[in-house]
Design a protein around this ligand. Structure first.
Ligand code: CP
Length: 364
């Protein structure tokens, strides 16, 4: 059955009640490639391995001018809309750059106050309008589930175009999780990959969508232990813990971040997301910053082969004296976003095999 026919059989309300794992296949092409990219749960291990391999090929091809010319000719006839109604620096720029690498012409709407939304046009009509002009919509919104709903809605129209979720509400940031996986893969390339590693998450785990998405993708790897270190009011959601339990994943929930550093292969720091506070200052209540702050002294405790990650932007989670340590991979992590996002777009548009063929001929 085609994706459109499957969508037509369900109302959005019914579709939205399905567990994430059951919704995930609706966003794939019949070949198993992603069509939309809206939730982390739509990627299995095979898809993740393919995307990471493709990102590496694109990265290596792009090292030469002739390689860049090849990549930028792949989709010169395509246009992408970057609709970002929440602040962003690196997700926006890495998608913008990924589009340019592949030849897409990117356009942007970042301030809805200068679009027809100010005249009362709904966000749904705005998305349909984008689909009239663009071949791809990349969107960040504060509304939980909105990117997914728009993907579902567009799939039922005569002009469906792929939607990529670049961060939605407090729930999902699937492409951040992809770049995190790629960073973990590259960092542990000579240590058996991600399987068997321990990831220590720290910070605002209640509202950090990057952790929620990455925790889901780590289920695809064998024997990965997840540790969640946060004050009680910022601790990871019960839905995430239930999913880990259902999948037989070992995890620990603790307030003692510093005590767990020695156990971690990867320390994943996140900032306090106080933009979600209902009352000003509520997230800092009972939050002792020094307890959840990675300092130069903590480098002595971290395994010599461990890594420190951060989705960025950083505020006061990692002291800058860690930046030059080779285990601090957050700047590389940020740049990895451009490569994995280029790989994702190339895969959605079925240009992955062409890139692999070029790589095999020219870059091995
Ligand atoms: N990691 C991340 O989403 O960063 P931006 O908010 O700068 O896009």
């Amino acid at each position: 059955m085609t994706q459109r026919r499957m969508m037509e059989e369900l109302s959005w309300e019914d579709f939205n009640k399905l567990p994430l794992e059951e919704r995930a296949p609706y966003f794939l092409q019949s070949s198993g490639r992603p069509y939309h990219c809206v939730i982390a749960q739509q990627f299995d291990r095979e898809a993740l391995d393919k995307l990471c391999d493709l990102a590496t090929r694109i990265r290596k091809i792009a090292k030469s001018k002739i390689g860049m010319d090849f990549l930028s000719n792949l989709m010169r006839n395509k246009r992408a809309m970057l609709y970002f109604t929440q602040p962003s620096t690196r997700t926006f720029l890495s998608f913008f750059s990924a589009c340019q690498i592949l030849g897409f012409s990117p356009a942007e709407v970042r301030d809805p106050s200068i679009s027809s939304e100010m005249k009362g046009e709904t966000k749904e009509d705005t998305i349909r309008t984008f689909s009239s002009f663009f071949d791809l919509i990349i969107m960040r919104t504060p509304a939980q589930g909105f990117a997914e709903q728009m993907a579902w809605m567009l799939s039922k129209t005569d002009r469906p175009v792929p939607i990529i979720n670049a961060g939605s509400g407090k729930d999902q940031h699937p492409t951040q999780a992809l770049l995190d996986i790629y960073t973990l893969e590259r960092s542990f390339e000579h240590r058996g990959g991600i399987d068997g590693k321990t990831v220590l998450f720290c910070g605002d785990l209640a509202r950090g969508r990057t952790v929620r998405s990455l925790s889901g993708l780590l289920l695809q790897y064998k024997n990965v232990k997840q540790i969640f270190a946060a004050p009680d009011h910022l601790q990871i959601g019960q839905d995430i813990l239930d999913r880990l339990t259902a999948n037989g994943v070992e995890f620990k929930v603790t307030n003692d971040f510093k005590g767990q550093i020695k156990n971690a292969d990867a320390v994943y720091m996140t900032r306090i997301q106080d933009e979600w506070d209902t009352n000003p200052g509520e997230s800092s209540k009972g939050y002792k910053h020094e307890d959840y702050y990675f300092t130069g002294d903590d480098l002595k405790i971290l395994s010599p082969k461990g890594i420190i990650m951060h989705p960025l932007p950083r505020r006061l989670e990692i002291s800058t004296d860690c930046d030059d340590d080779p285990r601090a991979v957050y700047w590389r992590q940020e740049r990895n976003g451009m490569w994995i996002r280029a790989a994702l777009i190339a895969t959605i548009f079925c240009r992955d095999q062409e890139i692999t063929n070029y790589y095999m001929l020219n870059n091995r």
